[in-house]
Design a protein around this ligand. Structure first.
Ligand SMILES: [Fe+2]
Ligand SMILES: [Fe+2]
Length: 292
């Protein structure tokens, strides 16, 4: 799939959990997305709470209002039925595919930007995410060396702010990060833990030489928020010039259901393809968010 574009702006939404959403929050998110006008909207899973037909229908109604932006998605663990064992085993992604009409894996090309969408869920696992080594190797067989910037998206995170969430990280993350380094991936985006966090790979994977950007989005719509993490989403702005740079701005919802910029991270890439924070990274009214 390939889209023509002039400005690389991606709204990264995650974990709406339709079935646990409030109309006011949905309206607030639709309003800000209309103002921002991203080229692409990327949904990193847990689209529904329990993979029920009415929840997928609500998700479809929402997605239908996101135009003209293109919408791409990956599934989350909540998008496979939990109670209906027959559906879970024999057609785990039926409801998800009815909405997105997309393969579970896809490679999107936006001129100089490539986005690889992967499926970290399985009918055989309820919560934790993983990749078979052979699965990952297969997804990266094709040569995307013409891409100036490369993003990989899947549901389960590669890093987190709180040690209590370590159990929710992608199981095969050490193998995955080595493969991402080998294939010159620049940024990995995920969801799942409803606790937004942005880091460089050197924090958790110091043995990996080339630094990549790791970003986890919070829940954009669900009432299943965590303490200190209201509904939010990330705007990712990508500059693919001679010296590529990425600006990530997190928009948080306030008590009046308005989403506004809360925290900005700026990164640039050095000649060794390693990413570094710009000095002006911490904007807005937030203090630095150390690992807890
Ligand atoms: Fe979730
Ligand atoms: Fe999840």
């Amino acid at each position: 799939m390939s889209f023509k574009m002039s400005l690389l702006r991606i709204a990264h939404l995650s974990d709406p959990h339709f079935g646990t959403t409030r109309l006011d929050v949905v309206d607030g998110l639709l309003n800000i997305l209309k103002k921002i006008q991203p080229t692409l909207i990327l949904l990193t899973g847990d689209i529904t709470q329990r993979a029920r037909a009415n929840q997928f229908k609500a998700a479809k109604d929402f997605v239908d209002q996101l135009g003209p932006a293109a919408v791409i998605a990956v599934p989350g663990n909540h998008d496979i039925s939990l109670g209906n064992i027959y559906a879970r085993i024999f057609h785990p992604y039926k409801g998800y595919k009815n909405i997105f009409k997309q393969k579970l894996e896809q490679h999107i090309v936006l001129e100089d930007l490539c986005i690889t969408c992967l499926n970290s869920t399985s009918r055989w696992r309820h919560i934790q995410g993983d990749f078979q080594n052979s699965y990952l190797e297969k997804q990266f067989q094709e040569n995307y060396s013409y891409c100036k910037v490369r993003i990989v998206a899947f549901h389960h995170p590669m890093d987190c702010a709180k040690h209590v969430d370590d159990k929710n990280l992608l199981k095969s993350r050490n193998h995955a990060i080595a493969l991402f380094e080998r294939h010159k991936v620049d940024m990995i985006v995920s969801g799942h833990i409803h606790d937004p966090y942005v880091s460089l790979s050197e924090d958790r994977y110091p043995h990996i030489q080339r630094k990549m950007i790791l970003s986890v989005a919070g829940t954009c719509l669900s009432s299943r928020t965590r303490a200190g993490a209201p509904n939010s989403f990330n705007l990712i702005e990508i500059n693919t010039d001679l010296i590529p740079s990425i600006t990530l701005t997190r928009f948080d919802m306030d008590l009046w259901f308005h989403f506004s910029p809360k925290e900005t991270h700026r990164f640039s890439r050095d000649p060794n393809l390693s990413w570094n924070r710009e000095p002006s990274s911490w904007a807005g009214n937030l203090t630095e968010h150390p690992r807890q």
